[in-house]
Design a protein around this ligand. Structure first.
Ligand code: SME
Length: 145
């Protein structure tokens, strides 16, 4: 419960700074501040769809992300189904694309900018790292873009 409260506080601060930033590159700004805010995250960034592929956009990560990737991974499935995907254990997801072998759980939030489909993708080195609080606040953050 305490942990959940801390998470909420972090997200509320992040949303405030996204609202107030003068940085024109909101995708990069969001990737940076979220990545810095959570110790267990190893990737935070955006992919967009181009035909049958997803291309990396802005991101912050420990390793170079793979790009382009197919639509059958976690990110692609989230975009195709237009559904938030909260994967507690990435190795239980058939089709999961490994960009960093340290990734244990993953959260994808799909959204659109001017008819282009995007996904905010986050990887954690912890199993079962994400909950409804992450889903709720990350959805609010993508609405600020
Ligand atoms: N795991 C993702 C690929 C993107 S990386 O995690 C940065 C997927 O299965 O689509």
């Amino acid at each position: 419960m305490q942990l959940a409260k801390n998470k909420e506080k972090i997200y509320i601060k992040c949303i405030q700074s996204v609202k107030n930033t003068l940085d024109n590159n909101k995708l990069q700004y969001i990737s940076n501040i979220l990545f810095e805010a959570f110790d267990d995250w190893i990737f935070c960034g955006f992919y967009f769809q181009e035909q049958d592929e997803l291309i990396i956009s802005e991101y912050k990560a420990n390793k170079l992300p793979c790009s382009p990737i197919g639509l059958d991974g976690v990110c692609g499935t989230s975009i195709v189904k237009n559904q938030i995907l909260n994967i507690k254990d990435v190795y239980q997801f058939e089709g999961h694309i490994v960009c960093d072998e340290n990734s244990k759980s993953e959260l994808c939030i799909p959204f659109e900018i001017n008819s282009t489909k995007y996904v905010l993708d986050i990887d954690s080195k912890k199993m079962n790292a994400f909950c409804e609080i992450d889903e709720k606040y990350l959805l609010k953050i993508v609405k600020e873009i």
